[in-house]
Design a protein around this ligand. Structure first.
Ligand code: TXA
Ligand code: MG
Length: 343
């Protein structure tokens, strides 16, 4: 951890959130602040300030053709940055905002050009995390916030994770403890006649489809998603290699065979196991994601455990697939990407 970095500890359940005026002012005046949302920690910059957004890309070493999500705290902010709000977006906003749903709109170019990476569209979400909401409200500007990690690495779910990669490089880290959901928001394009899921998250797709009354495309499987700009094949990655073992009757034996084969080559092997099989695995470098049916818990644990195994010096992590339903679908999407097998 960097000693230079200013860290502000805030209890998200506390009544007095006035301490958040300082990070809000830093962002409003062009600085960079990492803060928790309900999904992962974001690195926030004033979305109307081209220089601040440029510095954000530079600090993350993020490719300039990978657009950012703009975070808002009220609907009036949305209307100021988009060309129109389609009916379906009104309905989805009523049902899912504030919350972990990002929608893509046609942009009116009010936000800095870099935010949209040269596209005609802009991604917007209204987070439900109390700290995030309060910072946006007090800053009174829309806030562009990618996950607060170096480009291509695992998203942070605690302030410690942020400090490991960005400590000393940004203006403040707001520490609000572990994030609830643990993986990034669902990204959904609402500009066309059908709705397209560009990134699965914790929003239930069947419910989304029912509420919107629209066909939802792009959810058939983790590798079938349309390539969103900046949606690179290897993403959300630990430093070491990652291998995903598919679900099936021989799943546990498959993990054990692979574990032995890599160990015999002298490699240090970590296992990211499901609760069902964890007791069968012969290694100290073991993390238990959760029961394979419990997508919520697996999502909450995923990134912290990938980081943990990485830090223990594993050369390779063998990860068991979980049930690819509801939130398990998003967990599998991130696991495939971390393994370099995403779309
Ligand atoms: O949960 C989250 O969404 C977190 C927290 C901090 O809010 N943020 C996050 O941001 O995950 P980031 O930058 O790591 O991911 C943004 C995703 C990328 O996959 C990007 O391609 C997509 O959103 N995106 C942004 N603008 C887009 C646009 N105009 N069209 C299509 N995809 C877009
Ligand atoms: Mg990210």
């Amino acid at each position: 951890m960097s000693s230079k970095q200013e860290v502000l500890r805030v209890d998200p359940l506390g009544k007095d959130l006035s301490a958040l005026q300082k990070p809000a002012d830093i962002i409003k005046n062009g600085g960079l602040v990492a803060f928790p949302t309900e999904t992962v920690y974001g690195l926030g910059a004033n979305a109307l300030d081209e220089r601040a957004v440029k510095r954000l890309f530079k600090v993350k070493k993020r490719s300039l053709n990978d657009p950012l999500i703009v975070h808002i705290s009220e609907m009036s902010q949305l209307r100021r940055i988009v060309l129109e709000v389609p009916n379906v977006a009104e309905i989805l906003a009523d049902n899912f905002w504030p919350g972990p749903l990002t929608m893509i709109f046609n942009s009116n170019r009010a936000v800095a050009d870099l935010v949209s990476a040269g596209l005609d569209t802009v991604a917007v979400r209204m987070p439900s995390g109390k700290i995030a909401q309060e910072i946006i409200r007090r800053a009174s500007v829309p806030i562009a916030a990618p996950s607060a990690n170096m480009f291509g690495r695992v998203s942070p779910t605690s302030a410690e994770h942020v400090l490991e990669e960005l400590g000393g490089k940004i203006d403040m880290v707001v520490d609000g403890g572990r994030t609830d959901i643990g993986i990034e928001s669902t990204v959904c394009d609402v500009t066309g006649s059908s709705m397209e899921i560009l990134r699965p998250g914790s929003v239930d797709i069947d419910f989304l489809s029912k509420i919107s009354g629209k066909d939802v495309v792009g959810v058939k499987g983790p590798t079938k998603l349309r390539r969103s700009p900046g949606n690179f094949p290897r993403h959300y990655s630990p430093r070491c290699e990652l291998l995903v073992v598919e679900r099936g009757p021989d799943q546990a034996n498959d993990v054990i065979d692979k574990y032995r084969a890599f160990s015999e080559k002298g490699m240090s092997v970590g296992i990211l196991a499901t609760r069902e099989h964890a007791d069968m695995f012969p290694t100290e470098n073991l993390c238990v994601l959760g029961p394979s049916e419990n997508g919520e818990l697996c999502a909450r644990n995923l990134y912290a455990m990938l980081r943990d195994l990485d830090k223990r010096g594993c050369d390779i992590i063998i990860a068991e697939a979980v049930k690819s339903k509801k939130m398990g679908l998003a967990v599998m999407n991130r696991l495939y990407k971390a393994a370099g097998r995403g779309s």
